[in-house]
Design a protein around this ligand. Structure first.
Ligand code: ATP
Ligand code: MG
Length: 281
């Protein structure tokens, strides 16, 4: 079981954090041991339990090396867990699937394909008819505000625009769950704030469930309905925190006392965790 900071939660919050009976995503007792020739075996994840409900936006924060990307890759089905299971809508996953879309930190567009073709790629592979593909591509380019750039090549776009194409590409497959690994980490501070608001609007309009990994606590509090905090050595979930700031948010919420209170609690937890491992720095 995840250690929940009971003393910080009201009864309503405790209820909100109890795993539902049939969550959209259920990660159950997932561990990952990497075996390397040089260092023997290394436990990257140890007994991770988490869940994401339908239409929920959940964030995972943790220090570098705490296993956030490993966890996301296991949920995406890109690598298998050493033990434990991942269920999507009650079905155990055994590999990647169109039910889960992934957006990575580094722009992973195909450089030789234009924006429209990048967004269309997954649909084409799945054999979606041409007319439907065109409609979908136009729809999702409009959602990310890039319809005028359909013919542009990735190198002609800014970082924020590339990441919007990557989001459109993931959304075009209409995944029930969008997995995002530090999607805004490479962007400048101002673009990053705009992209956070942009993602919130997309989430509100598409009703996709989102699991987003970040090491930016402010980003996690701004976006998440709930936050999991990960600790290192071994990578595990140390805390789960509900963010009771409502669903409709804009940047002004970052100036409120309620926002700062949650942010400060999480920063203190992360600091405590990293001090434990100070000798390893
Ligand atoms: N394929 C692999 N083989 C061996 N060790 C690995 C492999 N992938 C990850 N690791 C190790 O597992 C640990 C967790 O890595 P991971 O990339 O999941 O961390 P992270 O929390 O995403 O870090 P960051 O914030 O820097 O992205 C690290 O110590 C890393 O070296
Ligand atoms: Mg990572």
């Amino acid at each position: 079981m995840n250690k929940i900071l009971d003393e910080q939660l009201s009864p309503a919050q405790k209820l909100a954090t109890a795993p539902p009976l049939s969550p959209h995503l259920l990660v159950s007792g997932v561990s990952k041991v990497f075996r390397t020739k040089r260092n023997g075996s290394f436990t990257a994840l140890d007994g991770v339990n988490m869940h994401v409900e339908n239409n929920e936006l959940v964030c995972v924060v943790g220090a570098s090396g705490s296993g956030k990307s490993t966890l996301l890759r296991i949920i995406a089905g890109l690598i298998p867990p050493s033990s434990g299971s991942v269920f999507v809508d009650g079905q155990q996953i055994t590999g990647p699937g169109p039910d889960r879309g992934m957006v990575f930190q580094n722009y992973t567009l195909y450089p030789w394909l234009n924006v429209a073709a990048n967004v269309e790629y997954g649909l084409k592979r799945r054999g979606v008819p041409r007319a439907v593909r065109r409609e979908q591509v136009a729809h999702y380019l409009q959602i990310v505000g890039l319809e005028r750039f359909a013919d542009a090549l990735p190198h002609q776009l800014s970082g924020g625009m590339k990441q919007r194409v990557a989001i459109a590409r993931a959304l075009a497959n209409e995944p029930a769950l969008l997995l995002m690994d530090e999607p805004f980490a490479a962007l400048d501070a101002q673009t990053r704030l705009l992209m956070q608001e942009f993602l919130l609007r997309i989430w509100q309009n598409t009703h996709t469930s989102i699991l987003l990994v970040t090491h930016d606590v402010s980003e996690a509090v701004f976006l998440g309905q709930r936050i999991y905090v990960m600790g290192s050595h071994p990578g595990r979930i140390t805390t789960e925190k509900a963010v009771n700031l409502g669903k409709e948010r804009d940047y002004t919420i970052k100036r409120t006392a309620a926002f700062h209170e949650i942010e400060n609690t999480l920063l203190a937890l992360l600091r405590e965790e990293s001090l434990k491992h100070e000798t390893r720095l």
